[in-house]
Design a protein around this ligand. Structure first.
Ligand SMILES: [Ca+2]
Ligand SMILES: [Ca+2]
Length: 200
């Protein structure tokens, strides 16, 4: 009986350890999900992403990329019509943004005419070029920015050394890995314990 009691007590202890660990894991997950609220300043939520819209100083495209990295972010890459519409709506409904040009993280510097996303090195997924763009004017336009045409923001290729404002986007939390981490933790725990034995 004593050995059974001890075994069950061990089981209960393991239950408490399990609950304690789960609390820690879930707490970390919660912190990640709230990153936008706690750590995103001065980023703002627009649509499905958090952006930093810099209108404090103009800089060339390379300076803009470094500026974003300084905030643990990347020059924004717009990847869907929904993202473009949300950002364009924000920019056009906030005073002072119409008329400004904003660098985004797309370039054809590596190969003319092949526009790539700076943040992941892959071809851009979505484009909303304004009429006649990209035109690589003067054979010297390899970096992409947003500008408003008829009060709707579009894309244009421009001289990378032009001094424009910048839009950065916060890196997305790796939500799928949170699930993987929790599953792996449970699998490892179940392999090394007989915690369920006392249910019988
Ligand atoms: Ca070009
Ligand atoms: Ca152009």
């Amino acid at each position: 009986m004593l050995s059974v009691t001890l075994a069950c007590n061990m089981g209960l202890t393991q239950y408490f350890i399990l609950i304690f660990c789960f609390t820690g894991v879930l707490s970390n997950s919660t912190n990640i999900s709230k990153r936008g609220e706690n750590e995103a300043q001065p980023f703002i939520e627009i649509g499905s992403k958090f952006y930093l819209i810099n209108t404090a100083a103009t800089m060339n495209w390379f300076g803009a990329a470094l500026y974003c990295r300084n905030f643990d972010s990347d020059l924004a890459v717009i990847e869907s019509p929904a993202e473009m519409n949300a950002l364009s709506f924000y920019l056009t409904t906030n005073d002072g943004h119409i008329g400004k040009y904003f660098w985004i993280g797309v370039t054809d510097l590596a190969e003319e005419g092949k526009f790539m996303s700076l943040k992941d090195g892959r071809p851009m997924l979505y484009a909303k070029w304004s009429g006649g763009q990209p035109d690589n004017a003067g054979q010297n336009e390899d970096c992409v920015h947003l500008w408003a045409v008829n009060n709707i923001f579009h894309m244009n290729d421009n001289d990378c050394m032009a001094k424009l404002y910048a839009i950065c986007e916060l890196r997305q939390p790796r939500k799928s890995c949170d699930v993987c981490d929790l599953k792996n933790f449970i699998d490892r725990f179940m392999q090394h314990t007989n915690v369920l034995n006392c249910r019988n």
